[in-house]
Design a protein around this ligand. Structure first.
Ligand SMILES: [Zn+2]
Length: 247
């Protein structure tokens, strides 16, 4: 049987919640959004790298306040951050780093997702996932005031791996200055079967970084800990070579 893959989603807003918890927090540092003189877009992405620690960067104060800067200033600040990024990864406007800092209220389930791409687990859930050998876990302890006594939350930095199937992604031309391009992704994207990750059990596709996918190993490991306010939609996996296009 081939491995099954699932898109991690938040339940529909009309669905009753199991857990009342909510968070008001931001990552410790962020690159500014950009105002581009070439394409005239003002934008900022949602890419987060909680494990990247910029506390030793002398220019870290420039990354404290989320804001928009002209492209030239953005590029100057981004150059300071580049050496801290995992190799092969370029800075992007609005990129966020470091642990979540802020406040939390009420109670949290073992697994939660503030957005589709911000995955949080309790310490107990993390220990369980580690104990059963789930691969690709990069936990970063969230610095939250107001959690119930004894509760610790970790954000999981989800590894970049794999690809959404190309038929699920429409990409416009890319701005040569800031890298902006219009991207439309179908609401229930399938995965490229020729690029499936086999070394991790959770991942963000490199062409759809606000989508989080897990495999059946992850689902089987976490499900006994439920309930939680996260759903798993089984994703189609289709070979790129059978997509019908001719090279
Ligand atoms: Zn641009």
């Amino acid at each position: 049987m081939p491995m099954r893959f699932y898109q991690l989603q938040r339940p529909a807003p009309s669905t009753p919640r199991h857990w009342s918890g909510n968070i008001s927090a931001e990552h410790s540092w962020s690159l500014p959004g950009v105002e581009c003189p070439t394409c005239h877009e003002t934008w900022s992405g949602e890419f987060t790298l909680p494990s990247v620690d910029l506390s030793s960067l002398p220019e870290r104060d420039l990354l404290a306040e989320p804001r928009v800067e002209p492209y030239s200033e953005y590029a100057r600040i981004a150059a300071h951050v580049q050496p801290f990024l995992p190799s092969g990864l370029a800075p992007e406007p609005g990129m966020q780093f470091g642990p979540l800092r802020g406040t939390a209220r009420e109670s949290f389930g073992p697994l939660s997702a503030r957005y589709g791409w911000e995955v949080l687990v309790t310490q107990d859930a993390l220990r369980h996932l580690q104990a059963v050998g789930i691969r690709g876990l990069v936990p970063v302890r969230a610095e939250l005031q107001g959690l119930e006594a004894g509760v610790v939350l970790y954000e999981l930095e989800v590894p970049l791996r794999g690809l959404l199937h190309r038929e699920a992604v429409l990409t416009g031309p890319q701005c040569p200055t800031c890298g902006w391009c219009e991207v439309r992704i179908s609401p229930e994207p399938s995965l490229d079967g020729d690029a499936l990750p086999h070394d991790v059990d959770l991942f963000r596709p490199t062409n759809g970084t606000t989508y989080t996918f897990v495999n059946e190993r992850f689902v089987e490991a976490i499900e006994p800990l439920g309930p939680f306010d996260v759903t798993f939609r089984e994703a189609d996996v289709r070979p790129e070579s059978r997509s019908g296009s001719v090279h």
